[in-house]
Design a protein around this ligand. Structure first.
Ligand code: FES
Length: 576
């Protein structure tokens, strides 16, 4: 017997010729949709994270219009819908707390509606992983469209980059090197167009991951938000998603182990954000790819940083785009045997077919693999008694001479404790100390804040100290830099060894050997553990409570335990 052809999901709403069909079609017609749009053409969701509370995504209404035009041109039926938007700068305590909540919104919004394919509009840091995680759990044809970076910041004749120069200027302000009015002027000079942070921070890293994973169109990573070519890309994605639905290319056919391994290498080659580690693991586990921290260390070894971009280097995303953008980087990796060339992408070609002829126009910005910008830039995964489930460091953002270091701990029990004491001239700390910050992990903060790159004490800044070893269970902004050990797992609030560190304990970091050791005897640690008290949930109710009870540790992507895996694209029962 011939296999029954699977009809489009949307047919179970709009294809009905009964009272339900009347209801499903009729109400959609109230905005002027003619009957012929319900003729069985693919219905494409445009998942929009536009919000004035997410400054990086405020041009997304325009972006959505370009996707819509593309969908219409290809004979699809576009239906735009909003989901929770996560703005990095305004949300408290941290946007990361809500990444998993937003992903649930995306997952349920897609599944519960008559959608055959979806285009995800994402820009600011957490909007990318939350949308990909939600879409992965449903697994229908999907294309990611990033909003693009802002134009380069320009301040008194020099380029300034999002985040990176915020950190350096705030340290200059604290050290008395610049005035408050200089500081205010720089704010307006930095953010002068639509778009997300234009350093190789988390947003640009994740936009690069979208392209490297093959879930975005070629060029997705770097076209500036206000460049007309960003809108062409959105329109092309709108056209292409209609084809993907017809070709039945679901997200799991794109997001394979090969595509994640490609993404890990691309992340190393762009000196990408450490946040990509958590997000890629979370996305992979939603789609059934068992990605682990060790994959990052293994796949990243021998990969060099090819881009001279802030925070590791000097240029900005706009320069990167004009120099050839991510395609030029992917080409270098492929030409040096560091890519799964046959990994499939949403435009119907393999990753290598898309990028094998990509030109590079500026070797000051994109370096050749044989003469890299920085050697060995993969994420290093550390183990030891201080982080039995792992911790990470980004060597390309660290000071080489601190990568092997032994020093005495100066412990901060929380970020509030840190802020209270760091400016105290009597703080017992010197340049060899190891700054330790506790209770900033997934459970502890809650939400795993980007505070791992603790600012240095002013008294050492004034002496010209520019970097120190810092260890925490926190994350670090992708625009920050320094010899910063992050994502210590288990975190302090989950009873990890980090909770037991005391002032004056010796800590040894050896990045080459991938070791992080607390040089305290087992007996002493056992005694301290006996006195440790488990923290209470920060709130007894609502999402915070759900998060506290179910969040996984950083090495597992900090997803909620019950969201790992996919539920699929089944059509829920009628409402009538
Ligand atoms: Fe949105 Fe940096 S604040 S990307």
């Amino acid at each position: 017997m011939a296999k029954k052809k699977r009809e489009l999901r949307s047919a179970q709403w709009f294809g009905r010729q009964d009272i339900y069909g009347f209801i499903y079609r009729g109400w959609v017609k109230n905005r002027g949709v003619p009957q012929d749009q319900f003729d069985g053409r693919p219905v494409i969701g445009i998942c929009n994270t536009w919000s004035e509370l997410t400054p990086c995504n405020t041009h997304f209404r325009t972006l959505a219009e370009h996707v819509r035009n593309g969908v219409l041109e290809a004979g699809g039926f576009p239906m735009e819908f909003p989901v929770m938007s996560l703005g990095e700068t305004l949300l408290r305590p941290t946007a990361m707390l809500y990444r998993n909540l937003a992903s649930m919104d995306v997952e349920e919004s897609i599944r519960a509606n008559p959608l055959d394919g979806v285009v995800l509009l994402m820009g600011c840091d957490k909007t990318t992983p939350s949308l990909l995680m939600g879409a992965a759990s449903v697994d229908i044809p999907t294309i990611g469209v990033s909003g693009g970076p802002m134009l380069s910041g320009k301040y008194r004749g020099t380029d300034i980059g999002s985040g990176t120069n915020v950190w350096s200027m705030s340290e200059d302000l604290r050290a008395g090197k610049i005035t408050l009015s200089d500081f205010h002027e720089a704010e307006s000079c930095m953010n002068r167009s639509h778009g997300h942070c234009m350093t190789m921070g988390t947003a640009s890293t994740m936009a690069s991951m979208v392209e490297a994973l093959g879930v975005g169109m070629p060029g997705n990573a770097a076209i500036p938000a206000v460049d007309a070519r960003r809108y062409v890309l959105a329109r092309t994605a709108g056209r292409r998603i209609v084809e993907l639905v017809k070709e039945k290319v679901t997200l799991s056919k794109i997001l394979t182990r090969k595509s994640f391994e490609n993404a890990i290498r691309v992340n190393a080659a762009i000196g990408g954000s450490t946040n990509a580690v958590i997000h890629l693991i979370a996305i992979a586990r939603r789609i059934g790819v068992d990605l682990s921290l060790d994959d990052f260390d293994r796949m990243g070894r021998g990969v060099h940083c090819l881009v001279n971009l802030m925070p590791s280097g000097k240029f900005l995303m706009e320069d990167f785009y004009y120099a050839g953008g991510l395609p030029a980087v992917i080409r270098e990796l492929g030409a040096n045997g560091l890519l799964h060339k046959d990994a499939r992408t949403v435009n119907g070609k393999s990753l290598w077919e898309n990028n094998k002829s990509a030109p590079c126009w500026n070797r000051d910005v994109i370096f050749p693999f044989k003469k890299p910008f920085k050697k060995n830039s993969g994420i290093a995964v550390l183990r030891g008694n201080l982080c039995p489930d792992g911790a990470i460091i980004k060597p390309s953002a660290a000071t080489p001479k601190l990568m092997k270091h032994k020093g005495r701990a100066v412990v901060f029990e929380s970020i509030e404790d840190f802020h209270k004491r760091i400016d105290d001239p009597k703080l017992a700390i010197d340049k060899n100390s190891v700054m330790v910050l506790k209770n900033c992990g997934p459970k502890g903060y809650p939400g795993m804040a980007e505070v791992g790159n603790m600012p240095l004490p002013p008294k050492l800044l004034k002496k010209g100290v520019t970097d120190m070893v810092r260890v925490s269970d926190a994350r670090m902004s992708g625009t920050a830099y320094g010899t910063v050990v992050l994502h210590v797992a288990p975190e302090a609030a989950a009873g990890g060894a980090l909770a037991l560190v005391e002032n004056g304990d010796e800590i040894e970091l050896d990045v080459a050997k991938r070791r992080l050791q607390l040089l305290v005897s087992e007996d002493e640690l056992a005694q301290r553990r006996g006195k440790w008290k488990e923290p209470k949930p920060p709130l007894e109710r609502g999402y915070w409570r759900l998060y506290f009870d179910h969040v996984l540790q950083a090495n597992e992507g900090a997803d909620l335990d019950f969201l790992v895996g996919k539920s699929g694209d089944f059509v829920p029962r009628d409402n009538h």
